[in-house]
Design a protein around this ligand. Structure first.
Ligand code: NAD
Ligand code: GLY
Length: 357
């Protein structure tokens, strides 16, 4: 069964379709394609698993497929150029539709390519990891990494629709599933204490891939994300809370080399650091911090930062973050479980205490 929710953004509103078997429903896909030219962008891991299932619905179109190398280290301007070259060689016009079939790397890269190509072509997200189904495919943040900073080049560019098929999670490995759960826990922490408690009670079912538990966390996460994005599409305020743990996490991803830590793993560690800092500031109790760490651990996620990253290196990496103002590091912290702060600058001494472990 397919359920649908709308991301309300005026004339840029779009549906998120959620359910099992959605990849085999041609109608969900073709009703959002208004062009003859269609390009599907995916990677070498996903192509053998799911590309035919998508392209079989597109036989009447001028269809191109672009199969990229797999990995966070390929989320770069160079890879973007592979997409532009293919579109230009095939003389794709400004009304062509781009379909992003993959996880957050493919979604962010392809969305940015769609935003740039001839100043913007329509695109559709078919997210295939838990992380991309609960977070990255919704909300229109697109972009690539720079050697000096994660997601430093990009655009806000909304898709025409998001098609989520929970069945594709069957081929995702356990480590990737856990990485997605990190972003699910985030929604509970930043604005939904009831959801956080639900995840605590059902974490074993989630990790065992119980289908109704997975469907529930995808729906709740998309609902939370859609509400935040509708309230603040371009992150001038409340949307920043979606970055809980991300300033620390992005520093880990960049500092350790893209791909060493999965994004969700780095976010799990960063969220524990944000929780510790919230304790240092007197907002969270030690019991709350322990509760948060226990949940990440039960999901099989790391909770401590790599020892090879010194506090000084951390600080330098955190100085390259989109929430910073006039060069000052600003962080999302927790007032309590279920309530995040807006970005705030904190005393360097307290930040260093957390970074020193
Ligand atoms: P990913 O895209 O690298 O996918 C993880 C791995 O799983 C890859 O090897 C991929 O090929 C493989 N894979 C994908 N679907 C599969 C399937 N169904 N079966 C088997 N293997 C499959 O990683 P991710 O965790 O999906 O995304 C992380 C990226 O998302 C990061 O670059 C992060 O910055 C970005 N992100 C963006 C936003 C946003 O709002 N735009 C939000 C969160 C994260
Ligand atoms: N993942 C952060 C955001 O979408 O704003």
């Amino acid at each position: 069964m397919t359920s649908m929710m709308q991301v309300e953004l005026g004339d840029r509103s779009y549906p998120i379709y959620m359910g099992a078997g959605n990849l085999d429903n041609p109608e969900l896909l073709t009703k959002h394609i208004k062009s003859k030219q269609v390009v599907v962008v995916t990677n070498e891991t996903i192509a053998p698993l799911y590309l035919d299932r998508v392209t079989k619905h597109l036989q009447g179109y001028q269809l191109e497929t672009i199969i990229l190398a797999d990995g966070e280290q390929f989320k770069t301007l160079d890879t973007l150029n592979i997409i532009f070259n293919a579109l230009l060689e095939k003389k794709f016009s400004r009304n062509a539709t781009l379909i992003a079939l993959g996880g957050g790397v493919i979604g962010d890269l392809s969305g940015f390519a769609a935003a740039c190509y001839q100043r913007g072509i329509p695109f559709i997200q078919i997210p295939t990891t838990l992380l991309s189904q609960v977070d990255s495919s919704v909300g229109g943040k697109t972009g690539v990494n720079h050697a000096l900073g994660k997601n430093m080049l990009g655009a806000f560019y909304q898709p025409q629709s998001v098609i989520i098929d929970v069945d594709v999670l069957a081929t995702l490995d356990d480590r990737q599933l856990a990485a997605g759960v990190a972003e699910v826990i985030k929604y509970g922490l930043i604005r939904d204490a009831k959801f956080f408690s639900w995840i605590e009670k059902n974490i074993e079912k989630i990790m065992a891939r119980d289908q109704s538990a997975l469907t529930y966390i995808i729906e709740q996460s998309c609902q939370n994300k859609a509400e935040i994005v509708a309230a603040d599409e371009r992150e001038s305020g409340i949307r920043a809370i979606l970055n809980l743990g991300h300033t620390f996490g992005h520093a880990i991803e960049t500092g350790m080399g893209y791909g060493k830590y999965l994004h969700g793993e780095a976010v799990a560690i960063g969220t524990c650091q944000a929780a510790e800092l919230s304790y240092e500031l007197g907002w969270l109790s030690q019991k709350d911090v322990a509760r948060i760490k226990a949940l990440f651990q039960q999901a099989g996620l790391p909770i401590t930062a790599p020892t090879s990253l010194s506090a000084e290196t951390f600080l330098q990496l955190m100085a390259v973050d989109k929430k910073n103002v006039d060069g000052d590091i600003r962080l999302i912290l927790l007032n309590k479980i279920g309530e995040a702060t807006l970005p705030i600058a904190v005393e360097k001494r307290k930040l260093l205490k957390v970074l020193n472990g």
